[in-house]
Design a protein. Structure first.
Ligand code: NAD
Length: 330
């Protein structure tokens, strides 16, 4: 696998953490000039797209191979997906997850429950799936209807079947570096970064957003990969200035096109987790948290939306189903 170097496109050398101080000042001067005039960025080639679809296809191929290996031992991994209510976006997400599962040979069990389903009823179903040895992964599609307490449901899933990696036991294990089920979107982002940059050690990563689902586990995974990590959030003072220090930016904010070129250091690698629908003259379209057209004039590599992080999330859900199956057999 060939790694494209984060440090190679602009003037960031191969080992930034080992720079001599005079070179660091030179980088600083160039950076200041760039951000003030922005003229240098105009002469830069546009950022390379990080092709999430292609990388997710490779991950799915790995999963297919793993599933075939388990099948040869008489094991058929199975994923139960529970959806409560009529949220149209959730129905689309669940359909895609089930379809991909079938494609790689994972048996999928689908539970579409009416909006009126009570919390006790849902917990009862989870309890049954927890004890069913033929079920290896359990995913409850979020958000849940308002009358069901999300945390009660997440904590009811057996941690070893918690393929979303949201259970407290898995969150704690992740922080301590244990082998646990890890949230799918951040795991997918890490794969995109590793395939784009190779070794992340010593790089400065800024994660924008601190949700339990994306921001916090993302920061933890980057730390495990030996990055220096900053987390920027809604109360951060001058988030853009903090972000301009980053070699790697992961945006998980939920604000359409918030991050433009003025937030980025030249040569940064940008992972855009955001999925936001905006109105256009001709209807609507999906955009990320990053202003793609602006950011690609200064970044070295960037994930498009759609076609970047999205496909990785499903691929890592299925990878987690295989990992869960193995953990249950260990
Ligand atoms: P969230 O609403 O739970 O968290 C958003 C975070 O952004 C919060 O921590 C908040 O502090 C921070 N924030 C808000 N405004 C900010 C600002 N102006 N500056 C800096 N930080 C700010 O959202 P989430 O669940 O983490 O999702 C974030 C985005 O990622 C959404 O667009 C969501 O749709 C998308 N998402 C995509 C995938 C995928 O598979 N691609 C998966 C999960 C989430």
């Amino acid at each position: 696998m060939s790694h494209w170097s984060l440090r190679g496109r602009w003037y960031i050398p191969a080992t930034p953490q080992r720079l001599d101080p005079s070179f660091k000042s030179l980088v600083g001067l160039l950076f200041i000039q760039t951000t003030v005039t922005h003229s240098m960025s105009n002469s830069l080639p546009l950022a390379r797209d990080i092709d999430g679809k292609a990388i997710a296809a490779r991950v799915l191929e790995e999963v297919r191979t793993d599933v075939a290996g388990l099948a040869s031992q008489g094991v058929l991994p199975a994923l139960a997906v529970l959806l409560v209510g009529d949220d149209p976006a959730s129905h689309v997400y669940v359909r895609n997850k089930l379809q991909r599962a079938e494609e790689v040979g994972i048996r999928s069990l689908e539970y579409r429950l009416p909006e009126s389903t009570g919390q006790a009823e849902l917990l009862q179903l989870i309890a049954e799936l927890n004890t069913d040895p033929a079920v290896n992964g359990i995913l409850v599609q979020l958000p849940l209807p308002a009358h069901i307490e999300e945390q009660a449901v997440i904590q009811a899933i057996d941690p070893i079947k918690d393929v979303d990696g949201f259970h407290r036991e898995n969150v704690g294990g992740l922080v301590q570096g244990a082998e646990v089920l890890t949230p799918c979107t951040p795991s997918g982002c890490m794969r995109l970064l590793q395939e784009t940059c190779g070794d992340l050690s010593g790089l400065h990563a800024v994660v924008i957003g601190r949700s339990n689902i994306v921001g916090k586990p993302m920061a933890t995974l980057l730390l495990q990969a030996h990055c220096s990590v900053s987390v920027v959030h809604s109360r951060s003072v001058d988030a853009a200035a903090l972000c301009r220090l980053a070699d790697i930016v992961v945006a998980a904010v939920g604000r359409p096109q918030l991050i433009d070129a003025s937030w980025l250091k030249p040569g940064a690698v940008v992972i855009d987790v955001g999925i936001n629908r905006i109105e256009t003259e001709t209807g609507s379209r999906l955009v990320g948290d990053v202003d793609y057209a602006s950011a690609r004039t200064i970044a070295a590599a960037i994930t498009p939306v759609p076609g970047g992080v999205g496909p990785m999330t499903i691929a890592y859900l299925l990878k987690n189903t295989v990992i869960a199956t193995r953990l249950q057999r260990a």
